[in-house]
Every structure is written in structure tokens, then in C-alpha cells.
Design a protein around this ligand. Structure first.
Ligand code: GLU
Length: 592
């Protein structure tokens, strides 16, 4: 069919659209957004566009995602009304062992473990994108790689965010010579406005375009990946060497999953099931909150009121207590999904939230009575989280939608670049428990302990909100465990506070990621309106919440997540998008 499109690049605007939308792309970098728009303009669908965005992000946001990592791509198929997920999560190699991060019984320091080959999981992104294209796309893999090849070969302007991530990299871009040569040429970190050309990466992407994904998962490139991850940090010695073999790469497979479904105040949510904790924890938190009239200012609630924030904090603490204990890759160890979301279980947990004060640190609950077979609780540990990873969303002119969170785990992943091939390897295996928790005598299944072939527990939560069976919003965020709360904040802003999509993204977020945890909250950037007021913060301190600093000061100055989203209006057929100013969020809208 003849399709004429013209692009309207509307950076962070939310203008009303004409009646014949041709698709929308919302991405955290303008060049990657343009790559997706190019696919849509050429007649491609949302899956084609998502593939092009992902490959372009590998070039322009190399610190956050790429073919050396993994991710979760959720796709709504307009023709059938189905929603599917391509799970390209990294997997532990066959030689992985439960005690590999604690060989002498003592967990390795995260900074060392996460920058050694031992942390590298078998990458899934390329297999995932290729699978999605073959099943639901219309373009060949090579066409979706073309914009990324151009960006890598010709170069692009280094933006503020990339420059800051190099400057504040905890040394990660300086650890390995290949990584330093790209991001610190001649020992000088690339600065904003500099020009970055990546000839090795361009060559790799061309190779994949010519020969397909097997050029990555087999042959010389696979051997180069194996060799690169055999590097260990010298402090770790032999124990830090990666265990991936060419056989692990050759046997890597994605999983096609159905989304986890939930309800909140008349809306239906489709979100990410295990191996992510994202969907279950977010849905449980929403369930815990549903008895509070969060949107009703007349009852003392409403956006940013102490009553609303207190309820959110307590619900997060309860849900994260459960997350820490119960959730892992349930292809390897069963997760009590039914129990965690059962209305009776959720009601009993919600009753623990008191209006007059912070509860003592809650333990995980026991959702197993609602499961077919009872399973006792494993123990767990807290860990460092990185603010990175990336999320983008696409809708095409047919109403197909993609919401995709993609990662190499920590900012800069393991910091190991595959020599001669120009891409970074993930450190995803550090999302596992560092010390094994399985205990047969105590009935502890070790839900998130390392095991051969297993996927580490994630927090990524690509999500869609449906009304009357039709998708209305599709969104997600990076940010480690805070992902869950960024997605939750945006959901509350849309459903309870009646915000537009852009307002819901701009508004400051609040997050607690541990039962005993302190509050993190945003503020200090002009666009974060309405802010969390000093009076509300004071009230939270009086209720016993920590993390807000000294009385009388503004304790909300963090930055949490980076949400990209698209929206559809089922009544008019309209389409729109919104992006996050916390990075260089960009929306491209096309018209027919
Ligand atoms: N590894 C994290 C996860 O899968 C994502 C990385 C991040 O955003 O910190 O949940």
C-alpha cells in the first residue's frame, strides 16, 4: 500500500494530532527515536521500529543497552488483540554455580564482581529482536540495522547524559583498554558536544546484517565473546573468570511469554511476569493501595499529600519485603504468583498499613496458602542499583504497540568490550543472590540463587494499561529496583490523579525499594510539577520515615527513572507519546 509520511519531530511537546496518525516513537535519545521513525515512515510496523531503535541505542546509549545484554519486549498485536512478551533475559552459563559469587562463603564486593567476566550472562538482545522480527515484524533484520550502522560509522554528537556517564563511571570505562579507547581516547573522557565514531561496532552490525544472528551466537564473534569474559579483575584471581562457553552462546534461546494481568480501579494492566519481579511487585503494591482514595483531595489525599505519600511508602515496603523473598526465575524455581496477588492475601497485608505512623520493618508475608503447593520462604540480600538501562515505546499506524525495557545491567555493564567488535558485555548475573540461600531442610528453594541456564531476577516492568480490552497507555522505565516504583508512580498519576501522559512522567517520583528502606524522592528540576511540598515532607518525618534529611529542609532532590510512553485513544484512533526530560527523551510523531 502506498504510504506517504512526513515527520513531525516534536521534542517533548504533547500537541493534539490530526485524525490520521502514522505512528509514534518515544525514546530516550533523539537519534534512536529517528531510527524508529524511519522504519515507520518506510511502511514498517511497531516491531520493525522497535528493532531499529534498539540497535541505534546500542550506538548512542552504549552504556545502557545493546547486543551484549538482554531485555523484555512487550508487543500488543492489533489484529488479534493478543499481548506477547519476548523475554531475551541473559542466562547463566552451564558452568555457573550457586556459590560462584561467594567462593569462600563471603560474598565478593559488588564493584569487583560486576566488573569481572564472572558477571557476564549469555546475551539475549540480538536473538530477542530477531525472533520478534521473524514472528511479528515485516522488515528483514538488515533493514532494521541500517540506521545503527550509519550512526556507528559516521558518528554522532555526544550528549550531556553520555558525557556525564563517562565522567561518573566509577572507573568502569577505564578498566579495559578497548573500552577506554572508545570512551576515553588518549586518556581523555569524551565530553558533551564531542563526536563519537565506533568503527568496530559498525563492522559488527554490518556482519550481523549480512549473516544474521548466528554470526553472533556462533563462530569467530562467539569465540571473541567467550575470550573477553574470561577476564577477571586481578583482585578476584581465578574465581572472577567468566564461565560462558561457545556452547552456551550456541544454545541461547529466548522465551515467549504471556503478560501478567492485573486490575486497578477499573483499568486492566498487562505487565512483566517472572523472571522479572517488576510486574508482580507493582501489581501487589497497587492492590495494597486500592482501599485508599489516593485521588481525593477532599479526604486529605491527592497528589503529593502526606497521606498519599505515606500510603505509597508503606505499600512499597510491604511489597518489596515479599519481592525479596519470593521472586526469581520461575522456570527454575516456582514463584507464588497467585498467592501474592490474591485479594485475601493483599487485603491482610494492606491492613498492616496504619495512618498514624510508619510500621516496624515488615517481614515477607506467606502467600503459599493460595498456591497449589506450599513453599516456605528463602532469605535474600540487598544490593547496589544503577540508574541505567533504557525504556522506549512505539505505536504504529495499525495500532500495534511495543513497550520495551532493555539493559546491560549496571551503567557500562561489566565494562568489558569485546575486542575488535566494539560492544559492551553485561554484568546481569550480579542480579542473582551473591550467597546461596537454598536450604532443603528449611524448605528454602533459593528462588534467585545462581544455577546453570537460569535467568537472574529482574525489576524491569514494561507495562500497558487497557480500557475495555484496548491498550491506552504503554510505558516503562530503567532504574534497577526503582523501575517498579517509577512505573507505579506513573500509573497512579494517570489513574488516580488524572494527569496527562506528559504530566504523569514529569511529576516527581517517590521510591522505597526495601522493607527497612529509606525514602527517595524527586525534586529540584523545574519541570517536576507539582513538587513534593515541605509541609508534606515534614509530616512524613513525623510519621517516622527516614531519608528526607533534616527537619525544615527539602529532602526531595533525587532523580529516579526515565519513562518513555505512547498512548492511544480508542474512541478517536488518536495516537500520542511522551518522553522523559530526566534524559534526552524524544517523541517523534508521524502522520499519514
Ligand atoms: N538489571 C536490572 C534489572 O533487570 C536493570 C538494570 C537497571 O536498571 O538498574 O532489573
Amino acid at each position: 500500500m502506498f504510504f506517504r509520511a512526513f515527520l513531525a519531530l516534536c521534542l517533548l511537546s504533547s500537541s493534539v494530532l490530526a485524525a490520521a496518525p502514522g505512528g509514534v516513537v518515544a525514546v530516550s535519545h533523539p537519534a534512536a527515536a529517528a531510527a524508529g521513525a524511519r522504519m515507520l515512515a518506510a511502511g514498517g510496523n511497531a516491531v520493525d521500529a522497535a528493532a531499529a531503535v534498539q540497535f541505534a541505542l546500542n550506538v548512542v546509549e552504549p552504556q545502557s543497552s545493546g547486543i551484549g545484554g538482554g531485555g523484555f519486549m512487550m508487543i500488543y498485536l492489533a489484529k488479534t488483540g493478543e499481548t506477547v512478551i519476548v523475554d531475551s533475559r541473559e542466562r547463566a552459563p552451564a558452568a555457573a554455580r550457586a556459590d560462584q559469587f561467594a567462593p569462600d562463603g563471603l560474598p565478593m564486593p559488588f564493584a569487583l564482581a560486576s566488573t569481572s567476566g564472572l558477571a557476564v550472562g549469555v546475551p539475549g538482545t540480538l536473538r530477542g529482536v530477531d525472533t520478534a522480527l521473524k514472528r511479528w515484524g515485516t522488515q528483514p533484520l538488515a533493514a532494521t540495522l541500517a540506521p545503527a550502522i550509519e550512526l556507528a560509522g559516521r558518528g554522532f554528537r555526544v550528549n550531556r547524559f553520555l558525557a556525564e556517564d563517562i565522567a561518573n563511571d566509577d572507573g568502569r570505562t577505564a578498566l579495559q583498554p578497548e573500552t577506554a579507547a572508545v570512551f576515553r581516547p588518549g586518556g581523555v573522557p569524551l565530553a558533551e558536544g564531542g563526536w563519537l565514531v565506533q568503527p568496530d561496532l559498525a563492522k559488527t552490525l554490518k556482519l550481523i546484517a549480512a549473516k544474521g544472528p548466528n554470526a553472533f551466537y556462533r563462530g569467530p564473534l562467539a569465540r571473541a565473546i567467550v575470550k573477553a569474559q574470561q577476564r577477571a579483575r586481578s583482585e578476584l584471581g581465578e574465581a572472577g573468570r567468566g564461565r560462558m562457553t561457545t556452547a552456551d552462546l550456541a544454545r541461547y534461546e529466548v522465551a515467549i511469554r504471556t503478560p501478567l494481568m492485573g486490575r486497578y480501579r477499573g483499568w486492566t494492566l498487562a505487565t512483566m511476569p517472572p523472571p522479572s519481579s517488576g510486574g508482580l511487585t507493582m501489581l501487589e503494591t497497587l492492590g495494597l493501595l486500592e482501599r485508599f482514595p489516593l485521588g481525593d483531595a477532599a479526604q486529605g489525599y491527592g497528589f503529593g499529600s502526606a497521606k498519599t505519600l505515606h500510603a505509597m511508602i508503606e505499600a512499597m515496603r510491604l511489597a518489596f519485603a515479599d519481592r525479596a523473598v519470593w521472586i526469581g526465575d520461575d522456570d527454575a524455581a516456582p514463584v507464588p504468583r497467585t498467592g501474592l496477588l490474591h485479594p485475601d492475601y493483599v487485603a491482610a497485608r494492606s491492613a498492616l498499613i496504619q495512618s498514624d505512623g510508619r510500621m516496624d520493618t515488615p517481614q515477607a508475608g506467606d502467600p503459599t496458602p493460595w498456591e497449589p503447593a506450599a513453599r516456605p520462604a528463602p532469605a535474600t540480600r540487598a544490593r547496589a542499583e544503577s540508574p541505567h538501562t533504557t525504556h522506549f515505546a512505539v505505536v504504529d499506524r495499525w495500532g500495534n504497540v511495543v513497550t520495551y525495557t532493555s539493559t546491560i545491567e549496571y551503567t557500562w555493564g561489566s565494562g568489558i568490550m569485546v575486542p575488535g567488535y566494539g560492544f559492551l558485555l553485561n554484568n546481569e548475573l550480579t542480579d542473582f543472590n551473591f550467597a546461596p540461600t537454598a536450604d532443603a531442610a528449611a524448605g528454602n528453594p533459593g528462588a534467585n540463587d545462581v544455577a546453570p541456564g537460569k535467568r537472574p531476577r529482574s525489576s524491569m516492568a514494561p507495562t500497558m494499561l487497557f480500557r475495555d480490552g484496548k491498550p491506552v497507555y504503554a510505558y516503562g522505565s530503567p532504574g534497577g529496583a526503582t523501575i517498579i516504583n517509577s512505573v507505579l508512580n506513573v500509573t497512579l498519576n494517570l489513574v488516580d490523579h488524572g494527569m496527562t501522559l506528559q504530566q504523569a512522567i514529569d511529576a516527581p517520583r517517590l521510591s522505597v525499594t526495601h522493607a527497612a528502606g529509606r525514602v527517595s524522592c524527586e525534586g529540584g528540576q523545574a519541570f517536576m510539577q507539582p513538587g513534593f511540598g515541605l509541609a508534606a515532607q515534614e509530616a512524613l518525618r513525623r510519621l517516622g520515615h527516614a531519608g528526607l534529611g533534616e527537619a525544615g529542609t527539602d529532602g526531595c532532590g533525587q532523580t529516579i527513572g526515565s519513562v518513555q510512553a505512547v498512548s492511544l485513544d480508542p474512541a478517536t484512533g488518536g495516537q500520542d507519546g511522551a518522553a522523559d526530560r530526566r534524559r534526552e527523551g524524544t517523541v517523534v510523531r508521524l502522520r499519514r
